[in-house]
Design a protein around this ligand. Structure first.
Ligand code: AMP
Length: 444
C-alpha cells in the first residue's frame, strides 16, 4: 500500500478578503432565490397541500413550463391583463414553431393535458392538483413577483355546484392546517354569458357618464372588459365602484340557484365567507362562482378561483364545466411569518462524527458510506480539524452522540462513543458501531 505523506496544513483562505468584493450577478428582477431557511415554511405548506390533495383525491398533474402562447390567448382571454401585459415569451430557434411562453397560470395547461392525453372519458369529473412556478411580467412589489409558486386544484368536466364548494373547502383547509388566523372567503357570482350580458350593459351605462372622472386603466376597461372596472384599486375610482350595479341583482334563475347552493354547502360545512359584490376576477373564462381567500393582517389575497365553464368552449368548442383555484405559495409563507407562526427545524442528525488526522478522516469518510447504507443520519465537519472545534460544533448543533476517531482508534479499529449530555465515553469496536448506534438511537 502506498502511504501518502500527510498533507501540509492547508492555509486558511482569509475570509475577510471577500468582504466588499462586488459580485457582478443578481437574480433577475422580480425573481428570488428560495433559501434554506424558507424551506422550513415551504415544506410545512407542501405537507398541508399534500394532505388536502390526498384527502379529496386530487391527482397530481404537472404540465410543461412552456406552452403555446395561443393556449393563453384563447383560454385566459385576449383582454386579460395576463395576456395583454404579463407573459414572458421564449425565443425559439425555429421560426416555423409557434411562440412559446413561460406559463403565466396553470389552468389552461391542465385542461390541455386532460384533453390531449385522452382522459376525458376515464376521469369524469377529473380532479387534478399542481404545485410549481408561474411567471408574470409585473412591477415587483411586496407579494408580487415575476416568478412565484402556485399550488392549486382543478375539477374538470362537471357543472355541479358541490365542486365549487369543494374547491373552496380545499384551499380553506390548507390555510387552516397551517394555523393561519382570520381566514375568510370573499365570494360573488358573475353569472353566465346570458345574464352577464345584461349586467355588463347596465354597468357600461352607469360608468359612461362618469368616464371623465375615471383613471386611464378604467377608461380602457370600459371599452374592452367592463367587469374589470370593479377590480380597480385607484382611490379616485372607489366612489363609483361602491355605487355600481351589482352582478347578483342580474343573475338568471339558473345562476341564482347555483350560487345559493354553493353558499348552502359552505354554510353546512361552517366555512366562513363574505359576499363581496365587487369581486369579479380578471380572466375571461370565469362564470358563476368567483372567490378569493384572505387571512388576518394581509391585504393581498392568498388565493382565488371559481367556476370556469367557458374555458373548454374557447379552447375546444365543447361544453365541459369546471371549477378551480390557486394559492400563492410566497403569499402563504409571508402570512405565516407575519402572523408569527414559528417553526423550529426538526433535529434530524443526532450523531456527529469527529476525526483527528488524515488517516482518521479517510476512515470517517468510509464510515459515512456505511451509515448511509444503514439509514443512520450522521453529521460531519470535515472542514474543521481540531477536536475542540469539532466538539464545539457537535454541541452547537445539539448532537446527542459524538463518534470520535483519532489515529490510535483507526489503528485499533475502534471508535470512541461520547454521550454529549453526560460526557461519558466508551470505546466500541468499529464493526459494532452500527448496532450500537441503532440501539441507542431508539431511546433518544
Ligand atoms: P391568480 O392566478 O391571479 O388568481 O392568483 C392566484 C394567487 O397567486 C394569488 O391570490 C396570489 O396568492 C398568487 N399570485 C398571483 N400573482 C402573483 C405574483 N405576481 N406574485 C406572487 N404571488 C402571486
Amino acid at each position: 500500500m502506498i502511504r501518502i505523506p500527510r498533507a501540509k496544513r492547508k492555509q486558511k483562505a482569509p475570509q475577510n478578503s471577500l468582504r466588499g468584493k462586488k459580485f457582478p450577478f443578481q437574480s433577475p428582477k422580480g425573481m428570488h432565490d428560495i433559501l434554506p431557511q424558507d424551506f422550513l415554511y415551504l415544506e410545512k405548506i407542501e405537507k398541508a397541500f399534500k394532505k388536502v390533495s390526498c384527502f379529496f383525491d386530487f391527482l397530481r398533474l404537472e404540465p410543461p413550463l412552456l406552452e403555446d402562447v395561443r393556449l393563453f390567448e384563447r383560454g385566459t382571454g385576449p383582454n386579460s391583463e395576463i395576456v395583454q401585459k404579463q407573459m414572458f415569451f421564449v425565443k425559439s430557434r425555429s421560426r416555423s414553431e409557434s411562440s412559446l411562453v413561460l406559463r403565466p397560470e396553470y389552468t389552461p395547461g391542465i385542461f390541455r393535458a386532460y384533453v390531449e392525453n385522452g382522459l376525458t372519458h376515464s376521469l369524469v369529473p377529473a380532479k387534478f392538483c399542481y404545485w410549481g412556478p408561474v411567471f408574470r411580467y409585473e412591477q415587483p412589489q411586496r407579494g408580487r413577483f415575476r416568478q412565484f409558486y402556485q399550488m392549486g386544484f382543478e375539477i374538470l368536466n362537471t357543472l355541479d355546484s358541490v365542486y365549487d364548494a369543494q374547491i373552496i373547502s380545499a384551499v380553506y383547509k390548507i390555510l387552516a392546517e397551517l394555523h393561519l388566523k382570520g381566514i375568510v372567503v370573499k365570494i360573488n357570482s358573475i353569472g353566465c354569458r346570458s345574464c352577464r350580458a345584461s349586467y355588463v350593459k347596465k354597468l357600461r351605462d352607469y360608468y359612461k357618464n362618469k368616464s371623465f372622472k375615471l383613471c386611464n386603466d378604467c377608461l380602457k376597461r370600459l371599452k374592452e372588459n367592463p367587469l374589470r372596472l370593479l377590480d380597480c384599486k385607484e382611490e379616485r375610482c372607489q366612489p363609483y365602484k361602491a355605487n355600481a350595479p351589482q352582478t347578483l341583482d342580474y343573475l338568471c334563475n339558473n345562476c341564482k340557484t347555483h350560487f345559493k347552493s354553493v353558499l348552502e354547502y359552505l354554510d353546512e360545512a361552517k366555512i366562513p365567507y363574505l359576499i363581496e359584490p365587487t369581486l369579479v376576477r380578471g380572466l375571461d373564462y370565469y362564470s358563476k362562482t368567483v372567490f378569493e381567500i384572505f387571512v388576518e393582517g394581509e391585504e393581498n389575497a392568498l388565493g382565488g378561483g371559481g367556476r370556469y365553464d367557458y374555458l373548454s368552449e374557447s379552447l375546444w368548442s365543447t361544453k365541459l364545466g369546471a371549477a378551480g383555484a390557486a394559492l400563492g405559495v410566497e403569499r402563504v409563507m409571508e402570512a405565516m411569518k407575519s402572523q408569527k407562526i414559528v417553526l423550529s427545524p426538526k433535529k434530524e442528525h443526532k450523531v456527529f462524527l469527529i476525526y483527528m488526522g488524515e488517516e482518521a478522516k479517510k476512515k470517517a469518510f468510509v464510515l459515512m458510506e456505511n451509515f448511509f447504507k444503514e439509514g443512520i443520519l450522521v453529521k460531519e465537519s470535515f472542514s474543521k480539524e481540531s477536536l475542540k472545534s469539532q466538539l464545539r460544533q457537535a454541541d452547537k448543533e445539539g448532537a446527542e452522540i459524538a463518534l470520535i476517531l483519532g489515529q490510535r482508534e483507526v489503528f485499533e479499529e475502534v471508535v470512541i462513543l461520547r454521550d454529549m449530555k453526560s460526557g461519558n465515553q466508551e470505546t466500541v469496536p468499529i464493526e459494532k458501531i452500527v448496532p450500537q448506534l441503532k440501539k441507542r438511537l431508539r431511546f433518544l
